[in-house]
Design a binder for this molecule. Structure first.
Ligand code: ADP
Length: 471
């Protein structure tokens, strides 16, 4: 750049001087001046030449120095505003330049360090520093060498060094220029993060150990509870059967006549006993299903026969309440499913319909859709308030308490929905408070072909009771 500029100035000068000599001497000749006048004109021509070249050289030099100082100023600005410390050393290794960022990072001002050796090199790192300087002097460029040095207050500072040697116009080593990237905080953050991660792993291990211990305790407690319940249910059922049996015999006057008050009280004993027995049986059912101890044994089930059987079972109560039974929809459907489980579900739905209906009808409607059959069990009873519809399949949920003689256990629908899942079907309810309910049971026509129902019944979650009847 500078060379081109100097060449341009020299060429301009040479061209101007050549032209001047050729033209001015020619012009003097043309003028045909005599001896003395010619000498004066030649002297004036010479002075003019000197004046013009001086002016041209002055202009060129001014332009050059202005450009140079502009470039220097820009460099100076970059040097000062740089967020990274920039340090220059002279050929003897003393600080030549020290910018504001270097002051900020290391704590020494430029006035304190310029002309002296690098201040941040502690005694222990002097050899390493000298070796780096030698490598630079040998022409190597350093790209991000990580070094630990010292701040003015003695605190360690970790930085990456980017550095190269400076050479003068003759190509001789004249010092080094270094850009420094302070990574003390970043490294501390990374270390902190690592410590945190290690600690987290430790914490997770600790919590996992605690959890598995709690889990073991829970399993032990569940085992204890299971065997307690199983024993208790056995212990309860034996005397209960006696209570039910003997109160039944007393009610039938087998042990002699009883008066009205005795009959009333004995009926209460008998009803309560039956209710308790029903509850124990239901609890055992739920636990058996939850523990996966109920298996499906598919056989052919003639749907019409199953519905008739359930209707016959419920007929005495329906007659007593004056309810009408309506059977409609498709006839002649034959299912392949577990008969006992299927009839248990159907009986639960129909008996609920009867239980919660004071007048009107209880209906069973059958329709097949593709590979499935849907059985609607409808009633014109009290219905279920909308806020309770979602939870009636949960354990022990009882929304309507019709009368004392039909208290129920709140487990019928829980058992049904779990059995429906076993039969790879679904159960849904639509109900309106005051105007009746429709429970829809949808099952595969052939259980053996059906996939496991993806739409798990609301009560599909296994419950934690595991009961086994003592043998
Ligand atoms: P239970 O009948 O022994 O109380 P279920 O699990 O069979 O238990 O039913 C749960 C609750 O759902 C019942 O207590 C009742 O509030 C409600 N329910 C079930 N079927 C009907 C129905 N057909 N009409 C109105 N409410 C019903």
């Amino acid at each position: 750049m500078e060379r081109r500029y100097a060449l341009r100035v020299a060429l301009t000068y040479a061209a101007f001087a050549a032209l001047w000599i050729a033209l001015s001497d020619g012009a003097l000749l043309l003028l045909g001046l005599d001896g003395e006048t010619a000498a004066i004109a030649s002297a004036v021509k010479g002075w003019l030449f000197v004046a013009v070249t001086a002016l041209v050289l002055y202009g060129a030099t001014r332009r050059f120095t202005r450009d140079l100082s502009g470039a220097n100023r820009r460099l100076e600005q970059v040097f000062e505003v740089s967020p990274l410390p920039i340090v220059a050393l002279d050929a003897d290794g003393n600080v030549a330049r020290w910018n504001a960022a270097a002051e900020r990072v290391f704590g020494w001002s430029a006035a304190e360090v310029v002309g002296r050796p690098l201040p941040f090199v502690p005694a222990a790192a002097r050899t390493e520093s000298r070796q780096l300087l030698e490598r630079l002097e040998a022409g190597e460029t350093l790209h991000g060498v990580e070094l630990t040095r010292q701040r003015r207050d003695g605190a360690p500072v970790l930085f990456r060094l980017y550095s190269t040697a400076l050479v003068d116009t003759e190509g001789d080593f004249s010092g080094v220029m270094a850009v420094i990237e302070d990574i003390t905080e970043r490294r501390a953050a990374v270390d902190e993060l690592k410590r945190y991660k290690d600690h987290l792993e430790e914490l997770v291990d600790q919590r996992t150990a605690e959890l598995s211990e709690a889990n073991e305790k829970l399993q032990r407690a569940t085992g204890a509870k299971d065997s307690f319940l199983a024993n208790m249910s056995h212990e309860l059922r034996t005397p209960l059967n006696s209570i039910i049996g003997f109160s039944g015999l007393l009610l039938q006057d087998m042990a002699g006549p009883i008066n009205d008050e005795q009959r009333k009280q004995l009926t209460m004993v008998n009803t309560a006993g039956n209710h308790l027995l029903e509850l124990i049986n239901d609890v055992l059912d739920v636990s058996r299903i939850a523990a996966g101890r109920v298996t499906v044994e598919p056989t052919e089930v003639v749907l019409d026969e199953a519905i008739e059987s359930v209707r016959d079972t419920m007929m005495p109560v329906m007659r007593e309440k004056g309810l009408e039974f309506v059977r409609d929809g498709q006839a002649g459907v034959v299912l392949t499913t577990d008969r006992r489980r299927f009839e248990q579900i159907l009986l639960n739905l129909v008996s609920n319909a009867v239980k919660f209906t004071a007048r009107g009808t209880v209906g069973v409607h059958v329709r097949t859709v593709g590979e499935t059959v849907s059985i609607d069990v409808t009633d014109t009873g009290i219905g279920i308030p909308p806020e309770h519809v979602e939870c009636i399949f949960d354990e022990f949920v009882q929304v309507n308490r019709p009368d004392a003689s039909h208290e129920g256990t709140g487990l019928g629908l829980t058992i049904s929905s779990q059995l429906v899942r076993l039969l790879r079907g679904t159960i849904d309810v639509v109900s309106q408070s005051g105007s009746g309910s429709t429970f829809t049971l949808t099952l595969p026509i052939d259980w053996t072909d059906a996939e496991l129902a993806s739409d798990a019944p609301r009560n599909g979650e296994p419950i934690s009771m595991h009961l086994e009847e003592p043998r």
